[in-house]
Design a protein around this ligand. Structure first.
Ligand code: HEC
Length: 504
């Protein structure tokens, strides 16, 4: 059978060649990080495909489908947690793999291209982590991603175009989820698999680099099979056990549904972005005159320079020696960057914790918000209150709560997230005399819709405002009118459900 197969595909002799490859200087656990990363990638693809069957990318369904997956789908919470921790593992092992190659000078001639493909793989994986973070569409997903999207929006030249691609007039919403989803499940995985193929192909061509010494290794070479393969398997399996243990004992939490108006929730970034997050905080305290330049430097220019430096490293570092003692510059800079990143990550972590404490989100006074607990059940706040009402403890009830949510979900698309209106679509509601005037008139407009010429703040509008009485309940209409009469600097009386019901 194998002969038959080999004659037609060459697959058996290829595998044999591959497995009997010499490993200069003997097999080593140092080399196993790359294989473990590959294994983590396969795990991510397998769990990711499963998640795709249940996930529904839109602002009205993303959180709901994630919640359904967690609560109702057999093993759904487990697979989601495997995917979540698997991502961390993949990035951690990839970072160790990169560090090992860096320390051992394995990027040097003739392995420059393999190194560059590796750097690209690292970037692709970080983009995967970033885009995946938004998809559950809970408070943390939205608010943490908003930081990232604002950063990319500040990029010189490309910023506005990126922003335009990632969100519509009303801010981060379904459009953003769809873009992130496309990037996360199609674009980046395709690039990832293609680049990994290239990475392995070039590896096959050059063979392993061996230990960081300049003369040929004295130890007799080990074999890829079974020596290195055994170590690769041991490390990958250890990683898998850790991922499973984390998924079982620390399943991924789901916060309240995303709400752009929530001003009290403190988002926590993924650990691999903590350093960047802290840097953003640090430069935010710089004198106002330079804060903008400093932010640009910290978030865009700095990281870009770091990547460029990694890419050109094999061409800049032309020192042929791979001995650690003969490469003080590369090792010194690496150590400095690593120390900085680790220190900043700790700063970022403590910033997040302090802000959460300040907002009473954790600790004894924390509101009983929706939280997924260890055993996988979901607990709702007192009386099943709407998400934003329990977490927005800081501000007046009129400008938060279900009215804000109703506004975001139904009105912001036309009237703008902050009530400023959208040019040639819908008039502003902030500072609008009709909105602030007779409540009966506002109720009539929202219930029955409005068309024809109107003048708002000196500007002429002639559009079509939909009727909401079939879509929203009288309570929701009352809440949303109370909201638009008291948000964005507006101040007018609240509107009750009874008032809404009284108007036909
Ligand atoms: C499809 C876009 C769209 C959506 C969604 C929408 N509106 Fe409007 N709205 C309009 C347009 C257009 C007008 C102006 C109508 C006109 O020119 O006669 C308007 C007018 C209004 C006015 C009257 C303003 C004035 O000065 O007379 C109010 C109040 C209002 N909208 C509230 C809401 C609320 C509350 C919601 C959400 C429940 C909402 N709108 C959702 C498009 C929209």
């Amino acid at each position: 059978m194998l002969n038959w197969l080999d004659q037609r595909t060459g697959i058996v002799s290829m595998t044999k060649d591959f497995l009997t490859e010499d490993v200069p200087g003997g097999a080593s656990y140092w080399y196993a990080f790359g294989s473990a990363t590959l294994f983590a990638m396969i795990l991510q693809i397998a769990t990711g495909i499963f998640l795709c069957f249940y996930y529904s990318p839109s602002s009205a369904t993303a959180w709901e489908s994630t919640k359904f997956l967690i609560e109702k789908v057999p093993a759904g919470h487990l697979v989601l947690s495997l995917h979540y921790w698997g991502a961390s593992a993949m990035i951690a092992f990839m970072a160790m793999h990169l560090l090992q190659v860096l320390l051992w000078g394995a990027y040097k001639k003739p392995r420059e291209l393999q190194w560059i493909v590796g750097v690209l793989l690292f970037i692709v994986t970080l983009v995967l982590g970033l885009t995946g973070y938004l998809l559950p569409w809970d408070l943390n997903a939205l608010l943490a991603s908003r930081v990232a999207i604002n950063i990319s929006g500040n990029a010189p030249i490309l910023g506005p175009a990126v922003l335009n691609f990632l969100q519509d007039g009303s801010g981060i919403g379904t459009l953003t989820i769809n873009r992130f989803f496309g990037i996360h499940v199609w674009l980046m995985p395709a690039l990832l698999v293609g680049l990994v193929g290239m990475h392995l192909m070039i590896f096959r061509h050059n063979g392993p680099a061996g230990p960081p010494i300049d003369e040929a290794p004295k130890l007799k070479p080990g074999r890829f099979w079974p020596d290195q393969m055994f170590m690769d398997t041991v490390l990958s399996f250890a990683m898998f056990v850790i991922i499973v243990a984390l998924a079982v004992f620390a399943p991924v939490p789901l916060d309240d549904k995303a709400d752009p108006n929530n001003a009290t929730f403190v988002p926590y970034p993924a650990w691999y972005f903590l350093a960047l997050y802290a840097l953003l905080d640090v430069v935010g305290n710089f004198p106002p005159a330079i804060v903008q330049v400093a932010t640009l430097f910290a978030t865009i220019i700095g990281p870009t320079l770091l990547i460029v430096l990694l890419v050109i490293l094999p061409f800049v570092d032309r020192n042929p020696s791979r001995r650690l003692s003969r490469r003080p510059w590369v090792l010194g800079v690496t150590a400095a960057v690593m120390a900085g990143a680790i220190a900043l990550s700790f700063v970022g972590q403590s910033n997040v914790v302090n802000q959460q404490l300040a907002h009473n989100l954790i600790g004894p006074n924390a509101p009983a918000a929706l939280a997924v607990t260890g055993n996988g059940s979901v607990q709702t706040g007192p009386n099943g209150t709407a998400s934003t009402e329990s977490s927005n403890t800081g501000s007046s009830p009129a400008t938060t709560g279900s009215g804000a949510t109703t506004y975001t979900n139904n009105c912001a698309g036309c009237h703008g997230a902050t009530g400023t209106g959208t040019a040639s679509v819908a008039p502003p509601l902030a500072g609008n005399d009709v909105v602030l005037g007779d409540p009966k008139k506002v109720i009539t407009i929202v219930k029955n819709g409005l068309s024809g010429h109107i003048t708002v703040k000196g500007q002429d509008w002639n559009g079509q405002m939909p009727a909401w009485k079939g879509t929203l309940s009288d309570k929701q209409i009352g809440d949303v009118i109370t909201y638009i009469r008291n948000a964005w600097g507006n101040k007018a009386s609240t509107v009750t459900q009874a008032q809404v019901t009284a108007v036909k």
